[in-house]
Design a protein around this ligand. Sequence first.
Ligand code: CMP
Length: 142
Amino acid sequence: MDREEILNKVPIFAGLNRRHLKRLSKLMVPRSFKTGEAIVQEKDQPAGFFVITSGKVEVVRGGAGGKPQVLATLGPGEFFGEMALFEGQARSATVRTLEDTDCLVMTGWDFRAELSTDAEIAMAVLETVVRRLRELEARVTE
Ligand code: CMP
């Protein structure tokens, strides 16, 4: 599968036309990670936005002194790394691979530029972020 076909299967990019997919695919670089690798480390400064193309990761918060908490597990078609880029802050959590994982990565600069020029992508990212917040809230208030 080429990069455009992969992106076409990612929910936040679904519905984009061929030309747009081609442009996006040029902005995204494939990267592979081994099982147990921390792709993103809590409190680090952000660099990129990640879309998982295969494999599985867990999102973990805390750990230094306390008990680490698993916030979510994410798989193919899902993304992470948007929060720190939106906020201009450090990473909110660590994202660690549970199996060998392939991603497409976009720089923070390109991510912000895409979202400011494309309301459809921005809405799709926002919908996912809000859904994740609801899932977390539901767990906290259980
Ligand atoms: P960021 O803060 O840049 O780096 C860690 C990432 O973990 C974060 O962006 C989100 O993409 C992801 N993340 C943080 N909290 C949650 C959550 N509750 N559910 C799913 N993903 C999360």
